[in-house]
Design a protein around this ligand. Structure first.
Ligand SMILES: Nc1ncnc2c1ncn2[C@@H]1O[C@H](COP(=O)(O)OP(=O)(O)OP(=O)(O)O)[C@@H](O)[C@H]1O
Length: 358
């Protein structure tokens, strides 16, 4: 439904050139909840604004439902933009208008009668759970409620696609969960495609089916959510996943307490991750019975990615070197991703830059 082809955005400031987006190509399919994740300054906001041409790219094409948006007249573009809703981190509501009026404003330039508009606004407010707040002003609402108003407003023209620019970044964790659940239910009920940009892989993990990772204006990796988690290719993607699975904190604790994983010739620190039901316990028992390798579990976590369990373990493998190598090869055969964690280096970043994998 949406194709970004070789998108470049270059900002020129005096003598300086800032390449905010560099040769990005993405395809977003109807019904996707597509996550774009990256740290601050990676180019996410600029890229998402290219989708509705709030930001014109300096190069590339934006194909929306078969039409190249860059070749449309201003009037044609206005029509296409109605099919692209957008919500923002700071809601962008009109503070002097009530909740009702904020949503109704989007219907001002439609052909709907007063009565049809009224029905539509009330239905939208019900959809986002705010029927009882229609006469309230935004200043009297919580952050989560404000974002619900913004969502209702963005849906007023029945968009095909909803762009969410850090839509939960100003909200506390519980409200974030509620807004993500609402977005997911809108995706399922209305079939609206969602593009969500965020600096948190936790957010992506909750509702996205596909993910692109951005760094320095480029998409460095993109795949299905499950593939990204189970087979991350890039160091940055691995970092994001460690944060989302709280493995980063666990590694920090392990490092601060060297007695937990004392380095010696007979043992090594390893991160294991696995998808689906390939339960860890029988495997660990097998490492001992088949290879006489003992496994000491220092940390364990399980997440659900679109209902599929994804487990992460940090373990110390103990046994003869050759036996440990056989055990690792066996784990890989069983579709477990094995990342050897360097313990011999004193500094933490070096440890986090793990080696191995796959
Ligand atoms: N209008 C502009 N003029 C000049 N430079 C800009 C402009 N907008 C963005 N940039 C620069 O482009 C780069 C990407 O910014 P962008 O806001 O897209 O990143 P981001 O990943 O969304 O980060 P954040 O979450 O902090 O907004 C940054 O270096 C930023 O300073």
């Amino acid at each position: 439904m949406l194709e970004l082809k070789n998108i470049d955005v270059v900002f020129r400031q005096k003598k300086e050139e800032i390449r905010a987006v560099s040769d990005v190509s993405l395809t977003i399919n109807k019904g996707d909840v597509f996550g774009i994740v990256g740290y601050s300054g990676a180019g996410k906001s600029t890229l998402v604004r290219v989708i509705n041409l709030l930001q014109r790219p300096t190069g590339g094409e934006v194909i929306f439902q078969g039409k190249n948006l860059l070749s449309l007249t201003p009037r044609q573009l206005r029509e296409e933009r109605k099919k692209i809703g957008m919500i923002f981190q700071h809601f962008h509501l009109m503070m002097a208008r009530t909740v009702y009026e904020n949503v109704d404003f989007s219907l001002k330039y439609t052909s709907l009668s007063k009565k049809q508009r009224d029905e539509k606004v009330l239905a939208l407010l019900e959809l986002v759970g705010l029927s009882d707040k229609k006469e309230t002003y935004p200043s009297q609402l919580s952050g989560g409620q404000k974002q619900r108003v913004a969502i209702a407003r963005a849906l007023a023209n029945d968009p095909e696609i909803l762009l969410c620019d850090e839509a939960t970044s100003a909200l506390d964790p519980k409200t974030t969960q509620q807004i993500l659940a609402l977005l997911k239910s809108l995706n399922q009920k209305l079939g609206v495609t969602i593009v969500l940009i965020t600096h948190e892989m936790q957010v992506v993990k909750e509702i996205c089916n596909r993910v692109a990772v951005m760094e320095n204006g480029q998409v460095i990796e993109q795949n299905s959510l499950i593939h990204i988690f189970s087979r991350p290719q890039q160091a940055l993607t691995k970092d994001f996943i460690r944060t989302a699975t709280h493995t980063d904190k666990a590694l920090e604790t392990i490092l601060q307490h060297p007695s937990l994983a004392k380095p010696d010739q007979q043992s090594e620190l390893v991160e294991l991750s696995y998808l689906g039901e390939s339960a860890s316990e029988p495997l660990i028992a097998q490492l001992y019975s088949k290879f006489q390798v003992e496994t000491n579990i220092l940390y364990g976590n399980i997440e659900f990615l679109q209902q599929v369990p994804f487990g992460t373990l940090i373990v110390v493998l103990k046994g003869q070197r050759t036996q440990r190598q056989k055990a690792v090869a066996y784990l890989k055969e069983q579709q477990v991703t094995v990342t050897m964690l360097r313990r011999d280096t004193a500094s933490e970043p070096a440890l986090l830059k793990s080696i191995g994998g796959g």
